[in-house]
Write a protein that binds this ligand. Structure first.
Ligand SMILES: Nc1nc2c(ncn2[C@@H]2O[C@H](COP(=O)(O)OP(=O)(O)OP(=O)(O)O)[C@@H](O)[C@H]2O)c(=O)[nH]1
Ligand SMILES: [Mg+2]
Ligand SMILES: [Zn+2]
Length: 329
């Protein structure tokens, strides 16, 4: 980590050092500074600046920040350094146009789903992938709880492997944190880079990380029998170093992964399988919905684009069309 030259302040010499945010609770940030972890707060002016920005959180795990050390051993964030990459989603709730940064400066995104309890949602996968394509982040899918697979689930398992693995070329890893299937394979894919795991609550994100990195002992939770949903056990994002090199950021489960605001015509550009056809549509701003002479719709009809992805595209297009007035219903 580079040590920056001391910045002279008008009153006294203030030592400002550069570190990485490794845990964010929303009010406190743990910043790794050399071999230390410094509990850090954000200057009030960041909160003020935030009112002008469209971010609900100006600092995220993975951010490099410059902090000044206070007399009581805590730190104060003076500056957030520009991000190389980030994973964002539309902020939950009614905050129109607002975005949340899930993690910064990552080089890989793993979307975790479980084959049962809870069932996979392809719409969730598609929404995360759109955001990854938008920010040019490589991504992969982990399908967990394979030990719970019943014959009735096999078709969905096959669909996920076919659409995302074979047709789109994203890595798809099938795992069971219980009988350790696929865990070794995933561990190898995590090595040497900074990854983030995202997914609904209860799919086993933290359990899987415990399985690949002994000693981690992250808190894990039951899935409710009644709702078949997780109970939001992980409450903050945090980065953990892996023994074999690299690190991984565990994050709280997300109910809905909203795509950030964009123009309707832009959405299709984040579906890689649409790209060979987009320029053959009659209208340059075609939304591949109702327009005549749409090459994307023709490709769907000819079976060159998977029907399920096109249906998902239309659903997401709708959520963008809803625009300001209906967001967050
Ligand atoms: N049968 C089975 N259960 C699993 C597997 N992985 C995790 N679980 C169980 O699923 C439940 C939820 O696991 P967590 O690791 O807390 O899930 P999470 O994705 O971290 O959830 P949040 O922190 O709420 O986002 C726990 O009861 C785990 O024991 C698996 O491969 N098979
Ligand atoms: Mg968790
Ligand atoms: Zn079109």
């Amino acid at each position: 980590m580079t040590e920056l030259p001391e910045t002279p302040s008008s009153e006294h010499e203030l030592s400002v050092e550069e570190g990485m945010v490794i845990r964010s609770t929303g009010s406190w940030y743990d910043v790794r500074l050399n071999d230390d972890v410094v509990p850090t707060k954000m200057r009030g002016r960041f909160r003020l600046e935030m009112e002008d920005s469209n971010l609900t959180n100006p600092v995220a795990v993975g951010d490099y920040v410059r902090i000044s050390q206070q007399d009581d051993g805590t730190g104060m964030i003076e500056e957030v350094l520009p991000r190389e990459t980030m994973l964002c989603r539309r902020a939950a709730g009614r905050r129109v146009g607002m975005e949340q940064i899930i993690a910064a400066n990552i080089d890989f995104v793993w979307i975790v789903q479980s084959i049962r309890l809870p069932k996979p949602t392809l719409g969730f996968i598609d929404r995360v992938l759109i955001m990854c394509e938008r920010y040019e982040l490589p991504a992969g899918i982990v399908l967990n709880k394979l030990d719970l697979l019943r014959p009735a689930d096999e078709e969905q398992l096959h669909d996920i492997q076919m659409i995302y693995g074979e047709q789109l070329g994203y890595p798809v890893v099938c795992t069971s944190a219980i009988d350790k299937e696929g865990v070794e394979q995933w561990r190898e894919l995590l090595q040497g880079r900074i990854s983030v795991v995202t997914g609904p609550s209860g799919v086993g994100k933290s359990t899987l990380l415990n399985a690949i990195e002994p000693g981690l002992e992250l808190r894990t939770g039951e899935v409710s029998e009644k709702s078949r949903k997780g109970r939001h056990t992980t409450t903050y994002a945090a980065l953990y170093d892996l023994t074999g090199g690299g690190s991984v950021i565990d994050t709280p489960g997300i109910r809905e992964f909203g795509v950030v605001e964009m123009e309707a015509w832009e959405l299709g550009h984040y579906f890689p399988e649409f790209l060979p056809y987009i320029h053959d549509c009659r209208f340059p701003n075609c939304t591949h919905d109702h327009e005549p002479q749409c090459a994307v719709r023709d490709a769907v009809d000819e079976g060159k684009i998977h029907e399920q992805r096109y249906v998902s595209y239309l659903n997401i297009l709708d959520s963008i069309h809803l625009g300001d007035e209906d967001v967050g219903r």
